[in-house]
Design a protein around this ligand. Structure first.
Ligand SMILES: NC(=O)c1ccc[n+]([C@@H]2O[C@H](COP(=O)([O-])OP(=O)(O)OC[C@H]3O[C@@H](n4cnc5c(N)ncnc54)[C@H](OP(=O)(O)O)[C@@H]3O)[C@@H](O)[C@H]2O)c1
Length: 233
């Protein structure tokens, strides 16, 4: 089995990825402050990504075939409240991981965010986290995949339409949803309204099929999970 190191394994994506990878990879997980559920994987850390020497030490020890870098200071609010720390972790930490990956010849799969774009219309392309993890593991296993891939659901929809679909799937009354403008909804008015991604390149190169929202919601219901923790927003 090839070795895979997942950073941010206590997080939403990293935690789901650790579960998905467990049977296919020899898995190493890094933690930071929150505890990590090991599930048979090796836990290394606590590791602060901003600590270059420690990052180098961990990667030199493990020498993973692949690193999926899912750790970040991810919320917009904490990043806006402390931009220096956000830069230190999201830029500096990623630089540290990339440098060590290059030195120890690990393939690196890095997750960015749709919020780097400044779209103005209300739109998004949601994807189920389990489906995203399958894509990440395909990227990990395929050295031929290089460069940037936009990975998201196949349908562009407004947040209102997504809410209506969730209501329909859960048997809730969609008429109870109250439409509002994006600009009126708290601090989100300062944020990109349109986070929809053009994923045609991903669809053409990936073997993993991308689920539409109906399939994602069906999967979520089959798992009997809480939809808020099971859907990427
Ligand atoms: N979730 C989404 O809807 C979504 C959508 C698009 C893109 N993404 C991208 O996917 C990636 C993962 O997102 P997520 O939702 O899984 O985030 P998350 O749940 O907030 O997890 C982030 C992880 O990073 C760790 N971390 C934070 N600071 C660290 C540091 N200094 N050193 C080491 N680890 C640190 C956290 O550990 P502690 O909690 O222990 O500090 C946590 O385990 C991010 O790059 C995000 O931009 C996510």
């Amino acid at each position: 089995m090839l070795s895979l190191l997942i950073t941010g394994a206590a997080g939403f994506v990293g935690g789901n990825l650790a579960v998905a990878a467990a049977s296919r990879w020899q898995t190493y997980l890094t933690c930071h402050r929150s505890p990590v559920v090991a599930n048979g994987a090796h836990v290394v850390g606590p590791l602060d990504l901003a600590d270059r020497d420690h990052v180098e030490h961990v990667i030199r020890q493990v020498k993973p075939a692949v690193i999926v870098h899912a750790a970040s200071l991810s919320g917009i609010d904490p990043c806006e409240a402390n931009p220096e720390r956000a830069w230190q972790i999201n830029v500096g930490g990623t630089k540290n991981i990339a440098a060590a990956a290059r030195r120890w010849r690990s393939r690196l799969v890095y997750l960015s965010t749709d919020l780097v774009f400044d779209g103005r219309k209300d739109g998004r392309t949601p994807i189920h986290v389990k489906n995203l993890c399958d894509v990440l593991l395909e990227c990990a296993a395929r050295p031929d995949l290089q460069g940037v891939l936009h990975v998201a659901g196949p349908q562009r929809m407004s947040r209102m339409d997504f809410g209506r679909q969730i209501c329909d799937s859960l048997g809730l009354d969609r008429e109870l949803l109250i439409p509002t403008t994006f600009q009126n909804s708290s601090a989100d008015g300062r944020r990109p309204a349109d986070c929809a991604l053009d994923c045609s390149k991903a669809r053409s190169v990936l073997a993993t099929p991308i689920w539409d929202t109906v399939q994602g919601l069906r999967e979520m219901l089959m798992q009997g999970s809480n939809f808020r923790s099971d859907l990427l927003q």
